[in-house]
Design a protein around this ligand. Structure first.
Ligand code: F6R
Ligand code: MG
Ligand code: MG
Length: 381
């Protein structure tokens, strides 16, 4: 019997800036689900990182189910009412439409859903990131499911040795491609290294997997808020679900990619490269330069539709080094101010004043008459 894990997240207001959630709003979202979910879901948890409220639900209605999506939408609406009443910053910011229309995708909230054949014990991790984009998952997901230096199970566990199948989305052109590892490793890396354009959407076991053939074992949100709304309305902070153990990455292999910091795009005004910092709930506010970009990992097991957990996995001394490394990287890169590669290239910035500046300066721009310099600059005459 199939079961679905649906993780849906939204920023519906924060304080004082885009810093952290407000407990009464979290309680309102929780209260709505508690009072309106009977017969729909078998269990749920509410959590948060930075300014994003996150709902994890378990049910039997499959992915993209209108009733499940509407439940989450209405819960965020209930939270938004409080956020507006008390005057939180950006109240309701990710609820881009006035009324629910059947599928929450494209309406602002981020969605990651896995329909699974549950095993005797079904361990999994929900990851949530703030102040970054879906491509921030490319590096750690590749390491978990593709890199034997991170996941020795790929070499020494006969149940993993055949590798995994990756579904990669080209989020600019609305296309997807399936690549099979280890055979297609270099093709996969050629794409996903370009993390603002190609994102890992799902990972599947192969048909030859003895315990769990052809199953979806990881999923990432790929909602690009800026494309949905046609203008900047907030960074598309991603979330993901990864199943664990017994022929899949062990819990330790699924958190190992975060033991060192790595650079992602996002941070202040969604326009800067900055270091990813793994945190537990206690460090999940976005303070320093609105960040730095952070990730939480919540560990669960699932049995008969009921969740055990979460365990706040990065609230552990094992990630102190990564946190310190992220701080050092933050100090280093922050000194560059508005210079690339701290600042993102023009086309990737979520905020830009450049078109206006260019318009203002257009009448003042003069042609460079130096012939030698012109040949170097490829000036067309
Ligand atoms: C980035 C983010 C923040 C805001 C910044 C400016 O994803 O949420 O860094 O971009 O605080 O916010 P506004 O424009 O709302 O003042
Ligand atoms: Mg926000
Ligand atoms: Mg956020």
């Amino acid at each position: 019997m199939k079961v679905t894990i649906s993780h849906i997240k939204a920023d519906i207001g924060s304080l004082p800036g885009h810093t952290t959630v407000y407990q009464p709003v979290v309680d309102a979202v929780d209260g709505y689900i508690k009072n309106n979910s009977s017969g729909l879901i078998s269990d749920y948890r509410i959590s948060h990182i930075g300014d994003d409220i996150q709902i994890t639900m378990v049910h039997k209605k499959g992915t993209d189910n209108p009733e499940i999506h509407e439940l989450a939408w209405n819960a965020f609406k209930a939270g938004t009412e409080i956020a507006k009443k008390v005057g939180l910053y950006g109240a309701g910011q990710d609820l881009l439409k006035d009324a629910f229309s059947g599928n929450i995708k494209g309406m602002g909230p981020g969605v990651a859903e896995l329909e699974i054949t549950p095993r005797k014990a079904e361990p999994f991790i929900v990851y949530m990131m703030d102040k970054t984009e879906p491509g921030a998952f490319n590096y750690p997901i590749y390491k978990m499911f593709g890199d034997p230096f991170n996941t020795p199970g790929l070499v020494i566990d006969p149940n993993m040795h055949m590798g995994f199948r990756f579904e990669v989305w080209d989020i600019y052109n609305g296309k997807k491609v399936y690549l099979s590892l280890p055979e297609d490793t270099y093709d996969l890396l050629a794409l996903i290294g370009s993390k603002g354009k190609y994102v890992i959407k799902r990972v599947f076991t192969k048909k030859e997997h003895e315990k769990l053939p052809d199953e979806n074992v990881a999923v990432i949100t790929t909602d690009k808020l800026s494309f949905i709304a046609g203008e900047y309305v907030g960074k598309d902070d991603p979330a993901g679900i990864v199943r664990l153990q017994s022929g899949l990455p062990a819990e330790g292999e699924a958190v190992e990619p975060f033991a060192n910091s790595y650079l992602v795009s996002g941070w202040m005004r969604g326009s800067f490269n900055g270091p990813m910092m793994p945190v537990g709930e206690r460090d999940s506010k976005m303070v320093r330069f609105d960040g730095p970009p952070k990730v939480r990992a919540l560990g669960f097991t699932l049995k008969d539709g009921k969740l055990n957990g979460p365990v706040d996995l990065f609230d552990d001394v094992g990630f102190d080094f990564a946190r310190n490394e992220a701080l050092q990287m933050a100090n280093y890169i922050r000194r560059m101010g508005v210079f690339e590669p701290h600042r993102l290239p023009d086309e990737d910035m979520e905020y830009t004043a450049l078109p206006r500046i260019l318009e203002k300066l257009a009448p003042k721009f003069e042609r460079i008459e130096d012939k030698g310099a012109q040949s170097e600059m490829k000036v067309e005459r």
